[in-house]
Design a protein around this ligand. Structure first.
Ligand SMILES: Cc1ncc(COP(=O)(O)O)c(C=O)c1O
Length: 397
């Protein structure tokens, strides 16, 4: 039976649900792009953005998706023939490496898997072997959206320091910003990339790069440059339009302004991270309650390495594609497709950005209903476990 009439719920790991305030902010008429309020808005955003990555470094905004932000990082810090090391823990750092390879960079992958974080000891060993210090940069995802692993960035920084290696530490926070705690300066990160469409609650279309001093000075002025992505003019603009290499993405800037306002209104990033933790705990409680041998389980075994932005669920003998189909077509709930090796045997729940207990518990209850409709084995009620978990959170300060 089709019960899907009503407000659809999208629980994929990005794009996330747009808050009403963000959608309303985008619906404004187009302003003058050479002066007036838009200029103040843009400069104001560039001042506020470093706080989102917890850095005193520079923020750059590129009108693109996350791939464009990757590309901006590559174009400004690497030259063809230079070497970088991409740390595998799912798909995304490896894909970032593929983008660098197409730009002529020599990319090596430190092999990993889809169920465990990057091993700091393996990184340290690889860097110690690099006695010529030829590795210029290290690419890693803070949270890999395919596996839902949460890498321990301070531990990776410590491994680089233990090997006494000068490589730049470059971190993809596209999935984690605004969801999982991230401290760029405190953790010794040289460059961070982000995007608008996940924890930052905007539509896809803005990429962000935050660069510390070492990343900025890695720019070689003599290398071939990509005019649109080049930092030089963006750092020291003579004309306003140079900040965006052309017409600013006006509607997206209004969206970002509204989204950052929501983060402030909630009490800042610490409050936002705490809410994500409470909701992610509820999701994990539900999946753990459903778990059976041969049935559902959390993809990441180690609790310390699970993301608060997305949860990848292994489904064992249960057909994940059929589960997602029932949720979407009969109940109005869209879950994320599996990106782990067997897509029919995994799915993902996005819990990033704008969500509250009715949205999270409604999502979990719908999954439980679909599992029940498939007569899928379940250890116990995920809903009871998730409600208790949310109840505990309601009692916290
Ligand atoms: C961790 C991570 N990095 C990079 C990307 C690529 O971003 P985009 O699809 O916006 O280009 C994604 C997209 O989901 C992601 O989750």
């Amino acid at each position: 039976m089709d019960l899907s009439q009503g407000t659809p719920m999208i629980a994929i790991p990005g794009p996330s649900i747009l808050p009403d305030a963000v959608r309303a902010a985008m619906a404004r008429p187009m302003p003058d792009i050479y002066g007036g309020p838009l200029v103040d808005l843009a400069f104001g955003l560039l001042e506020r953005l470093p706080g989102i990555a917890r850095t005193s470094g520079r923020a750059f905004v590129v009108a693109s998706n996350g791939h464009g932000a990757w590309q901006m990082a590559i174009a400004n810090t690497m030259a063809p023939g230079e070497k970088v090391l991409a740390l595998e823990s799912g798909r995304f750092a490896v894909f970032w490496g593929v983008a660098a390879e197409l730009a002529g960079v020599d990319v090596e992958v430190l092999p990993g898997d889809f169920q465990t974080p990057v091993d700091p000891a393996a990184l340290e060993a690889r860097l110690r072997d690099d006695t010529a210090k030829s590795i210029k940069a290290i690419l890693v995802s803070h949270v890999d959206t395919s596996s839902s692993v949460h890498n321990d960035i301070p531990a990776l920084r410590a491994a680089i320091d233990a090997a006494d290696h000068p490589a730049l530490l470059m971190v993809d926070c596209i999935a984690s910003l605004g969801c999982d705690r991230y401290e760029m300066d405190e953790w010794g990160v040289d460059l961070t990339v982000g995007a608008s469409q996940k924890g930052l609650m905007c539509p896809p279309g803005l990429g962000f790069v935050w660069a510390g001093e070492r990343a900025i000075s890695a720019m070689d002025p003599d290398r071939p440059r990509v005019s649109y992505l080049d930092w030089s003019k963006r750092i020291d603009p003579q004309m306003f339009y140079e900040i965006f290499s052309g017409t600013p993405p006006v509607a997206h800037l209004h969206a970002l302004d509204a989204a950052l306002g929501l983060i402030d209104d909630e009490g800042g990033l610490d409050a936002v991270w705490a809410r994500h933790q409470a909701h992610a705990d509820a999701v994990r409680a539900a999946v753990s309650a459903w778990a059976t041998p041969g049935g559902l389980s959390l993809n990441i075994a180690s609790p310390a390495h699970r993301s608060n932005a997305v949860t990848t669920v292994q489904t064992g003998d249960i057909d994940a594609t059929e589960l997602r189909r029932r949720c979407a077509e009969q109940a109005g709930l869209t879950l994320g497709i599996g990106m782990v090796t067997m897509p029919d045997r995994t799915f993902r729940i996005g819990h990033m950005g704008w969500h509250n207990p009715p949205m999270i518990l409604g999502t979990l209850a719908t999954v439980e209903a679909a599992l029940s409709s498939m007569a899928a084995p379940m250890g116990s009620s995920g809903i009871a476990a998730a409600s208790a978990s949310i109840g505990d959170a309601l009692n916290r300060d």
